[in-house]
Design a protein around this ligand. Structure first.
Ligand code: ADP
Ligand code: ADP
Length: 224
């Protein structure tokens, strides 16, 4: 579904990631883990074409990734911090793309209701502004926005960062259930090994811009 072949990313002249070889199958749930600065966000942005590599090829369903709206709509992306616009309600944030597509109100409302159920967003929260939401609710709205057009691939950058432990545990459970219900390809970034192992059967460890381990938690623990 997603593949990196000999991919390198530089910022200025400095190599930030690569060379990278990675293949992610359709329906796989993969966590990118590793220390801060290891290249996790960079790999996520390469996978969705938000960053262009200086060398190598990124493939989506076997074809080189192209920069066009039809391709971008195949991805749902939750940026680090959620990226909600503070001046828009949760509903307007979640349905941002619908404006461009000219959906009518009834269609938008129906889609939002379905997504709120999937993301377990409490009733009433859709009419609030981001500053009026709890951290966990805001993350649920970001997830709804990413899923609005039912993308084939979902990419999440630290979806559980900066949450208190109880909210985090609840959201972990709900994310895991949502990934199963969706059956889509999911790539998420976290620096927390336990969280990664809970959410994703496959863990890819990045260090200094290189993939140093790739497998199940058992594989990783067993490795020398
Ligand atoms: P992680 O997500 O694992 O914390 P990143 O992908 O953010 O790692 O960063 C990988 C490396 O690239 C780090 O050395 C970081 O400092 C560098 N880097 C990331 N973004 C930029 C940028 N916009 N400009 C320059 N260097 C960057
Ligand atoms: P940063 O490097 O500062 O974390 P990014 O380059 O990841 O920021 O993203 C910049 C903005 O572009 C974000 O607000 C993000 O929501 C938006 N964006 C870019 N591509 C997409 C996409 N495919 N889907 C949703 N939002 C996107």
């Amino acid at each position: 579904m997603l593949e990196l072949r000999g991919v390198e990313k530089r910022y200025g002249g400095a190599l930030a990631a690569g060379p990278l070889e990675l293949a992610i199958g359709a329906g796989e749930v993969v966590a990118l883990i590793g220390p801060s600065g290891g290249g996790k966000s960079t790999v996520l942005k390469l996978l969705l074409g938000l960053l262009a590599p200086e060398a190598g090829t990124v493939l989506l369903a076997g074809a080189p990734l192209r920069d066009d709206p039809a391709v971008r709509r195949r991805f749902g992306y939750v940026v680090q911090g959620g990226g909600l616009f503070p001046h828009l309600t949760a509903a307007a944030n979640a349905a941002l793309v619908a404006r461009h597509l000219g959906w009518d109100r009834a269609r938008v409302r129906a889609r939002l209701e379905a997504l709120a159920a999937l993301a377990r967003l409490p009733a009433g929260a859709l009419e609030r502004f981001p500053s009026e939401l709890s951290g966990g609710q805001a993350q649920r709205v970001s997830l709804m926005r990413a899923l609005f057009l039912d993308p084939e691939v979902l990419l999440l950058d630290e979806p559980l960062g900066a949450l208190d432990p109880i909210t985090r545990a609840e959201l972990q459970d709900d994310l895991r259930a949502a990934f199963r219900a969706l059956g889509r390809t999911v790539v998420l970034v976290t620096h927390d090994l336990a969280e990664a192992a809970y959410l994703a059967p496959r863990l890819v460890v990045l260090r200094d811009g290189r993939i140093v381990q790739d497998g199940t938690l058992e594989d990783l623990v067993r490795a020398p």
